[in-house]
Design a protein around this ligand. Structure first.
Ligand SMILES: C[S@@+](CC[C@H](N)C(=O)[O-])C[C@H]1O[C@@H](n2cnc3c(N)ncnc32)[C@H](O)[C@@H]1O
Length: 685
């Protein structure tokens, strides 16, 4: 048995000694499957045709079987074969008559298909074609966001494909981007479009002052670049210079930008006015894009969206050239308006200090009053984007997760309805202590008892010495290889805490209600100087065994997480999902629609900032049963493993095996600084 356990663990835990043997696997396995770069690239290419991954998947599978896993044949011609196979399978084959074919060439579907071809290498989010003034516009947005590491970063770029036979733009000097693959004719043969390639830097520029149009060189300050092919397609690239938005810019939703512009034009009647020109419209689109990204409710919800951080986005010394100046003036005006009108909004939640070189951005309470204690955020290190997420103090079910919370499910033996006051001070331990062997996990001081805590730490650090259960069809293995999942590698049988709850007779101050009372310690989010991104630290000394916070996020099924990850750009610097797999071993067959996880990427609490530390982290995660009598859904709570001094960072061992070279996802370079850091490669380098 011991041997078996060891061999099962060795693959994952090799040097890892447990910890997040459950949780660390979180993102890693899920992301692992989702981020098979070739699958993702195929899905992304098809997404541009509005074909969702779930519809692509069966076609892709068939092709892989057909081509004996030869991806090159599928990827050739920028997924031409996949596109054709999809339409053949879903729409009953190709066209037969010449008329139909010609029609098809001009149809939106064909146009979109072509934009996939031209857009190889990018993974845009696609919005459907909108019709503005008789021009069919199909828009893709690439989010090349500054990675926050300082430095220039990339520009936010919008690709707009316009199809129009009498487009006035076609008369203008244009840059032609040669298509990456040639479109096919009806009979399947390749048609070589007669694209005239003009000098590569020859672009259409829009002057900020007088709206006149000239030509110039591609540069960061260009408003928009235009390209076309002889098939009547025009591609327009909207550029926002990254130096203009830096900290305060948040890529706006493109459909919001389009709606904003449309509403504006409809209101003003400009769209039908004699002054109307597509050129002006596009220039306005560029400006609206920047404006909405910098100062608008249309942005995705962020911590800083309610109280705009006035961070110096337009340091005049960095902005050169007439176009940048023009933009700078505009953004300056926007900001000064904001400074004037919104100053009272800043006082409650944010202090801003500028010392000329660095901006210290202090958010006084990232919880927006949702917790009993305020949690501040400070940046003493340098420039870094403010974290974008919505603070929630409790888990929220995203959509399909089956979490059945009902008093009717709590049997008499699963609660202590006869108790009163504090269960811990009663001479007889109540029913709620049964799950922890007849003893409560908490001491009267509200700390985890030494014995309970030591057992949890030992499980984390030496899982091979503990008991494992094996599921029949392991969801983790299915994620790695759906068709031929390997055998379950085993799940550690973890120690759970069971807290009293609503059907219990005790009061809210009962000593067996710790996690549900929420955060009580003084915590602070800070930018780590080691380059781990944001982290959390305590502002007070905290004893061993103390509850810090829960890991809060959206409750998703594995399936939902899978699709969510597929839709992400794949360029995210940090990851935030954790699996709730502490009880998977006890379920005979757990379907992906049933297996649960928490994702704190968009909605979460302070725990999303807890960084990883190998082995000797000062926090440990413990599963906690509160409102559900089974362990399918549970809470995940962090307790201190040792005494923690004020201003020390709070860390958690994610349990990553940094030596696993075969893992589909490359782990981050560990900067935990532990003497026993497992990331040997990084340590050496
Ligand atoms: C749950 S988030 C932690 C919060 C994150 N630092 C942030 O700024 O939002 C996990 C991510 O933080 C970073 N991280 C955590 N621990 C780290 C470590 N020891 N070394 C380097 N990066 C780390 C990695 O990018 C990881 O994907």
């Amino acid at each position: 048995m011991f041997h078996q356990k060891k061999s099962c663990l060795s693959r994952y835990c090799n040097t890892k000694v447990g910890s997040f043997s459950e949780l660390g696997r979180l993102a890693f396995w899920v992301l692992g499957m989702a981020r098979n770069p070739r699958v993702i690239a195929a899905f992304n290419a098809m997404k541009r045709l509005d074909i969702p991954p779930e519809k692509v998947k069966p076609v892709l599978k068939k092709l892989l079987v057909l081509y004996n896993m030869n991806w090159d044949l599928i990827e050739d011609g920028n997924y031409r074969t996949l596109v054709d196979a999809y339409f053949e399978l879903n729409e009953g084959g190709g066209t037969s008559s010449k008329d139909e074919v010609e029609d098809d060439e001009r149809s939106p579907k064909r146009v979109k298909q072509q934009s996939v071809v031209e857009g190889k290498g990018k993974e845009p989010i696609s919005c459907d074609g909108d019709v503005v003034a008789g021009v069919d516009i199909d828009v893709d947005v690439d989010d090349y966001v500054d990675d926050g590491d300082g430095g220039g970063g990339d520009d936010a770029v919008c690709n707009v494909t316009i199809t129009s036979t009498d487009n006035p733009m076609l008369d203008q000097p244009i840059t032609v981007i040669p298509p990456l693959a040639h479109p096919r004719s009806s009979n399947g043969s390749t048609v070589k479009p007669s694209v005239k390639v003009l000098p590569p830097h020859y672009v259409l520029l829009c002057d900020d002052n007088d709206n006149s149009v000239g030509t110039g060189h591609t540069s960061h300050e260009t408003d928009f670049d235009i390209a076309s092919s002889s098939l009547g397609e025009v591609k327009i690239l909207l550029n926002c210079d990254s130096s203009l938005y830096q900290m305060n810019f948040c890529i706006p939703k493109l459909d919001s930008v389009l709606k904003y512009v449309e509403d504006k034009y409809l209101r003003s009647g400009k769209i039908v006015g004699p002054q109307f020109s597509v050129r002006m419209l596009l220039k306005d689109l560029c400006e609206s894009y920047l404006r909405l990204g910098t100062n608008s409710p249309h942005r995705s919800a962020t911590v800083n969206s309610s109280s705009d951080a006035v961070i110096d986005v337009h340091d005049a010394s960095r902005i050169t050239g007439p176009k940048k100046r023009a933009f700078a003036v505009r953004t300056s005006e926007t900001d000064s308006n904001r400074k004037g009108s919104g100053s009272s909004r800043h006082t409650n939640s944010r202090n801003l200090v500028h010392d000329g070189n660095r901006a210290f951005c202090n958010v006084l309470d990232i919880t927006k009053g949702a917790e009993k204690v305020k949690i501040s955020l400070v940046n003493e290190v340098g420039s870094e984007q403010l974290p974008k997420f919505n603070y929630i103090p409790h888990n929220i079910i995203y959509q399909n997760a089956n979490v059945n919370i009902s008093l009717a499910r709590i049997a008499d033996e699963d609660c202590c309805s006869d108790c009163s006051g504090d269960c811990l001070s009663s001479s007889i331990t109540c029913a709620c202590a049964r799950e922890t062997g007849g003893e409560f996990a908490y001491s009267p001081q509200g700390l985890l008892k030494e014995e309970f805590l030591s057992a949890c730490i030992s499980m984390k650090r030496a899982p091979q010495d503990h008991h494992f259960v094996y599921c029949q069809y392991c969801p983790l293995e299915r994620m790695k290889n759906e068709d031929m999942p390997e055998r379950c590698k085993g799940h550690l049988v973890r120690k759970f805490i069971k807290e009293c709850w609503r059907k219990c007779g005790c009061d809210m101050q009962c000593g067996n209600r710790v996690v549900q009372r929420g955060i009580t310690r003084k915590l602070q989010v800070f930018l780590t100087p080691e380059g781990k991104g944001w982290g959390i630290r305590t502002l007070e000394d905290i004893p061993k065994g103390a509850f810090i916070c829960e890991y809060i996020g959206e409750v998703l099924t594995n399936m939902e997480l899978y699709y969510r990850i597929l839709q992400s750009s794949g360029n995210e610097r940090h990851t935030y999902p954790v699996t709730l797999d502490a009880d998977w071993g006890s379920e005979v067959v757990l379907k992906d629609e049933e297996a649960l996880c928490l994702d704190a990427t968009c909605h979460g609490n302070v725990a999303r900032f807890i960084n990883h530390r190998c082995f000797d982290s000062n926090l440990i995660d413990v599963p906690v049963e509160v409102e559900t009598p089974d362990r399918h859904y549970y809470h995940l709570a962090f307790f201190t493993t040792k005494k923690v001094r004020a201003f020390q960072e709070l860390t958690w061992d994610y349990g990553i095996d940094f030596a696993d070279e075969n893992h589909p996802i490359r782990a981050f370079q560990c900067r935990c600084g532990s003497e026993v850091c497992r990331d040997k490669k990084h340590k050496r380098s």
